[in-house]
Design a protein around this ligand. Structure first.
Ligand SMILES: [Cu+2]
Length: 179
């Protein structure tokens, strides 16, 4: 094996394969949509995130971006009942709190998030979304080939039948015959 690969060691080959894999998959990842939660309102109180979420389509590979002033809010990923009851997880290390928290939606299904600061959740600072499988950019609808210019021979032969054998293809074209 080493001989056949010349100077390349098997680890180099592995790296190359991984790089090629990343390059092949990158377009898919790169096409993921970035959803800034609440758009210009960001992640805050006094906003209806259900209305916002209803207008978005969340696909696997997309990202959620929670933007807020660090220290004012935070983001917990919770389950359905915690979302319903605004139960803040007791493990505070689970909170995202950078003020620009990016979450990659890695799997389909329902996801719930809430702010664990004060009573922010009960006043509306919570988000429930449904992530759907990534739709690979739909393959082009198969369009039947445009009516291929019929093979030169057949119509010409057909015409020859009508015009007589002395009429050649060249003559037909010289006379401005188009089909
Ligand atoms: Cu908050």
């Amino acid at each position: 094996m080493a001989m056949g690969l010349g100077r390349y060691s098997s680890s180099n080959v592995l790296v190359t394969i991984v790089v090629i894999g990343v390059i092949l998959f990158f377009p898919c990842i790169a096409l993921g949509t970035e959803h800034v939660v609440g758009d210009h309102h960001g992640w805050a109180t006094g906003f209806d995130y259900n209305i916002w979420a209803a207008q978005e389509v969340f696909e696997v590979g997309d990202t959620l971006v929670f933007r807020y002033e660090a220290g004012q809010h935070n983001v917990y990923k919770v389950n359905a009942s915690a979302y319903q009851n605004c139960t803040v997880p007791s493990n505070h290390s689970e909170a995202l709190k950078s003020g620009n928290d990016v979450i990659v939606l890695a799997s389909p299904g329902k996801k719930w998030y809430l702010c664990g600061v004060g009573h922010h959740c009960t006043t509306g600072q919570r988000l429930a979304i449904t992530v759907v499988p990534h739709t690979i950019s739909s393959p082009p609808i198969p369009v039947p080939d445009p009516p291929a210019p019929a093979p030169v021979s057949s119509p010409v032969e057909h015409m020859l039948h009508h015009f007589g054998r002395s009429v050649t293809t060249k003559k037909l074209f010289r006379r401005g015959f188009h089909y």
